[in-house]
Design a protein around this ligand. Structure first.
Ligand SMILES: Nc1ncnc2c1ncn2[C@@H]1O[C@H](COP(=O)(O)OP(=O)(O)OP(=O)(O)O)[C@@H](O)[C@H]1O
Ligand SMILES: O=C(O)C1=C[C@@H](O)[C@@H](O)[C@H](O)C1
Ligand SMILES: [Mg+2]
Length: 214
């Protein structure tokens, strides 16, 4: 019978799920890889990616910002003028470009996991963290965030929490499929930075940078 971990991460070989591990001594090499953050709107991907990149002296990348830059328009304008299909195509183009580079901490758009090609790109070009948050928390953050109007046009006329609950139901299996690690969105950003570093370098999280050893 197929091991549980193979089913959970949709792989044939269970070793493919081992991006690090005490017994295998596989050290995550950021210079040869990337870190991706996935999760629903408001889970904190952009905020956390920026902080992790600062901490590691790595490049910070946000696929939503790159899509807006490529289109010369805000996400809301893209959706209103060209529709979701166009946005999703742009998002995949951007992700392909991002994946041709290394050493980046990448915040993704909340729907990046919907396209199989995107999931494949995430799995082949870095290690992914799923920022898991509950709908009331995400709704309250979105309601207080100025970026919401331009970056997060609504998907439906339903109340925000209801919309987020439906998205969570649809997307969580996809987030789990691509993610090697899960983070709790309700934690402080500082704690989450520590969690990311501890997950990437579990043996010696305090020695994540060569400069810090001297
Ligand atoms: N860990 C946190 N604790 C408290 N507030 C947070 C945390 N992370 C993010 N926030 C706040 O929540 C709001 C949304 O954060 P952010 O834009 O980083 O989410 P996102 O996941 O990138 O959303 P989107 O998918 O729409 O791009 C912002 O106002 C941000 O300051
Ligand atoms: O959850 C989503 O599908 C989206 C999330 C945002 O990050 C943006 O990528 C856009 O508003 C779509
Ligand atoms: Mg974001």
């Amino acid at each position: 019978m197929k091991p549980f971990i193979c089913k959970k991460f949709d792989v044939e070989n269970p070793d493919e799920t081992m991006v690090f591990g005490k017994t295998r001594h596989v050290v995550f090499d950021l210079a040869a890889s990337n870190v991706f953050l996935v999760g629903l709107r408001g889970s904190g991907k952009t905020t956390l990616a920026r902080k992790v990149a600062d901490k590691l002296d790595a490049s910070f990348v946000d696929t939503d910002s790159l899509v807006a830059r490529k289109a010369g328009a805000t996400i809301r304008e893209i959706i209103e003028e060209k529709g979701w299909e166009t946005f999703r195509k742009l998002e995949t183009d951007v992700l392909r470009d991002v994946c041709s580079n290394r050493g980046q901490i990448v915040a993704t758009g909340g729907g990046i996991v919907l396209a199989p090609e995107n999931r494949d790109l995430l799995q082949k070009n870095g290690t992914t963290f799923y920022l898991m948050g509950n709908p009331p928390l995400l709704a309250s953050r979105m309601e207080q965030d100025n970026a919401t109007a331009e970056q997060r046009p609504p998907f439906s006329d339903n109340p925000l929490q209801e919309e987020l609950s439906e998205l969570l139901w649809e997307r969580e299996p996809l987030y789990m499929m691509v993610a090697a690690h899960t983070l709790q969105a309700e934690k402080s950003v500082e704690d989450l930075v520590r969690d990311v570093i501890a997950a990437l370098w579990p043996e010696k999280p305090e020695r994540y940078r060569l400069e810090e050893n001297t």
